[in-house]
Structures are given as C-alpha cells and as structure tokens.
Design a protein around this ligand. Structure first.
Ligand code: UDP
Length: 363
C-alpha cells in the first residue's frame, strides 16, 4: 500500500516524526508499504521548519509544494492545486493528515475529491469556537475523513455525536507525546540559559500566537503588562512566533525581566519548559507537553479543544481578560497549583498503534 503523509506547519512536524519512524520500522516486515512525505511549505523558514526535521530525524520530504504565505483562502487554494498535481503524478491509497492547520484541511479535501481515502491523526477534538481558523480546519477535515485516530475518549465522543461509526474511530493516544518522551533525554539548553543564568523553577515561559491575543495591539499590550506586573520579577522568556513579532515591534513594551527571543528549536524549547515555574500560552500542543512534564500551565483562551489538559493535567483555562491573570499567578507563587497526571494512552507508543491499525485495514 502507498501512503502519502502531509506536514505543513510547526506542530505537524512534531506529530508526524514518530509516524514516519514507525512506518520505516514496519517496512522492514511489511514489504508492501511505501510512503511519500509531502511538505506543503506552509511554514518554511529554518526556525519554524528546517530545525525540526534535523532534530527529530524526519527524512527530507519527497516533495515540497512551496505553498507558504498568502491569506487563508490563497494558501488553501495553492496547497490544493499543487497537491492535486502531486497525487496525479504519484497515486496513493491513503492520505494521512495530522492536526488542524490549513495544510491538514486542504490536503484532505484534495485527496477525497480524487477518491483517495483520508486518515486524520488528532481527529475529533473541538473548541466549539468558529472564530478559530483551526476549528474550521478540524470540522471540514473530520467531515471527509475515513479513519479517525484520536488522542482522547472525549474526541471519540465528539465524533460519535456527529454520526461517525465506532468502527472508524481508533483511540490511540497522542503522537506529540511520542516525540516528547522519545526526546526528553536529548533536550538542550538554549543560548539564553547561560547568558542570563536561568535557574530551574525560577522563570516563566510565554508563547502567544492566536489571533484573539496578538492581532489587537491593545489586547497584546494589556496581557503583557499584566504578566510583567504579576511576575515577581522572575525572568519571563518569550520565544516570539513570526505572527506575533509584527505587532510586538509596534508596542514598545520593555521590562528588565522580559526577554524576547526567536522561536526555539524543539529540543531547546522543551528544555526550558521542563524546568520552568510556569508556562503561559495560547498554544494547544504546549498544554499537552506541560501536562506530561507536570509543569503548571495557564492558557490565555476562552475555550480549549484539549479539555483533558485541564481535567487531568496541569493546565488552567483562564480566558483572554488580563484581569484573570493575577489570581492564578498568586496561586502559583503561593505553591497552590494542582498536581495533575497523564491522560490515558499518552505513553509514547501511539505511532506504533496507528501504523499497526493502518496495516490491519489494508491487509
Ligand atoms: N515549540 C517549539 N519552539 C517554540 C515554541 C513551540 O519547538 O519556540 C513547539 C512546542 O514544543 C510544541 C509545538 O511547537 O510541540 C507547538 O506549536 P504551536 O504552539 O505553534 O502550535 P499549536 O500547538 O498551538 O497548534
């Protein structure tokens, strides 16, 4: 069987790495499996793409569609046009997409319209918030997916409620956590660690890139000011996503303990997270990683598609109102943060389960 794997943006690379490795292992016993890895080019610079391939041992993609940039619609269209050409040239039995980025949705549509089956890894999660481009990507992708690989029972329930039959839902766990557990011993200190003499448990990590937080300058400014005021002067390390950088430059925010740095490579970023006192974020994937590493996490959003990071893990969803920051920082500095545990099947073996299942389906 021929599988086409899609990766387009930073979180995708982390999710596909273990799947590619499990497929390579499976090829040793299943001579009939072949795969092509397609990079859509949605994220293209070294810090958002190249570094992840190198660090996580992902092979060079068979093809790069180079469809980066543009509006949501322009990017969707560019990916679809180029992916259709790729599939015409290299027919496939199954297109495997991961996560919730534009590439996920665009490639699922293209494949299904060409009569090719679609597998979605991280299917079924829902924030219920249609203002998030990712939620639209999830809804569209799952409405035309054949095989659903889920990270939680809640995701499976969401799919069943929308009419998906049990036989097509496979609760397998979380490939992002496969990558985390596999690489935990390899984390490396980023340059800033020694430069400002960071100490384990005595700094915060901040990441922001959702439109609701970073597209309005006033909102971004208020959030940052509130975090600074409540930080008890411990260092705040802020690796800035390219989307956020543009607006930050106009704000002119400065504080002696606030350190803006470029996006970090995977091994450097998680070195910092694993030793942080707290992570403040609006990312989804990071709340899963902090849950597994037992690091307190605050999510600056009004909803989450990953409720298990709150009900089981160390995450607290506090909304986007800057006024909510103080009580949670007080709780943290008073040593009152909840303990949390690890969600079922987030055990480092998810990619193996996915590949085993795919082999079974196509036997
Ligand atoms: N990440 C990274 N370097 C950074 C920030 C994040 O390697 O400077 C990793 C992080 O460990 C996680 C993933 O990128 O695995 C999350 O990506 P992002 O926040 O862009 O996406 P989301 O999870 O919100 O879809």
């Amino acid at each position: 069987m021929r599988i086409t794997i899609i990766a387009g943006a930073r979180p995708n690379f982390i999710k596909i790495a273990p799947i590619v490795h499990a497929l390579q292992l499976s090829q040793k016993v299943n001579v009939n499996i072949s795969f092509r890895l397609i990079h859509t080019g949605q994220h293209f610079d070294k810090k958002m793409s190249g570094d992840f391939f190198e660090q996580l041992g992902i092979p060079v993609p068979h093809s790069n569609l180079e469809a980066g940039g543009g509006t949501q619609a322009e990017q969707t269209a560019a990916i679809m046009i180029r992916f259709e050409a790729e599939l015409t040239l290299h027919p496939s039995d199954l297109v495997l997409v991961v996560g919730d980025v534009t590439s996920t949705m665009a490639c699922a549509i293209t494949a299904q319209k060409m009569g090719i089956k679609v597998a979605h890894v991280e299917a079924g999660i829902r924030s219920g918030d249609w203002t998030m481009p990712e939620e639209i990507n999830r809804l569209v992708t799952d409405s035309i997916t054949n095989y659903f690989f889920t990270t939680s029972e809640v995701a499976g329930d969401n799919l069943r409620r929308s009419g998906v039959e049990d036989e097509r839902i496979f609760f397998v766990g979380n490939t992002m956590i496969d990558t985390l557990l596999k690489n935990r011993q390899r984390f490396v200190a980023p340059e800033i660690w020694d430069r400002i003499n960071l100490i384990t448990g005595e700094y915060l990590v901040l990441t922001l890139h959702r439109p609701a937080n970073v597209d309005q300058e006033a909102q971004l400014k208020e959030l940052l000011e509130e975090i600074i005021v409540n930080s008890r002067q411990i260092p705040i390390i802020f690796p800035v996503h390219p989307r956020t950088a543009k607006n930050l430059a106009n704000l002119g925010i400065n504080a002696p303990n606030l350190h803006f740095i470029e996006p970090l490579s995977y091994l450097e970023f998680n070195f910092l997270v694993e030793r942080a006192k707290l992570v403040v974020t609006d990312s989804g994937g990071i709340t899963e990683e902090t849950t597994v590493m037992g690091i307190p996490c605050i999510t600056l959003r009004n909803n989450t598609e990953r409720p298990e990071t709150i009900s089981i893990g160390t995450n607290e969803l506090i909304g986007t109102d800057p006024a909510n920051i103080k009580p949670y920082f007080d709780k943290l500095f008073n040593g009152k943060w909840k303990k949390g545990s690890i969600p079922p099947l987030w055990d480092g073996k998810t990619a193996e389960r996915i590949v085993d299942q795919i082999v079974k389906i196509y036997e």
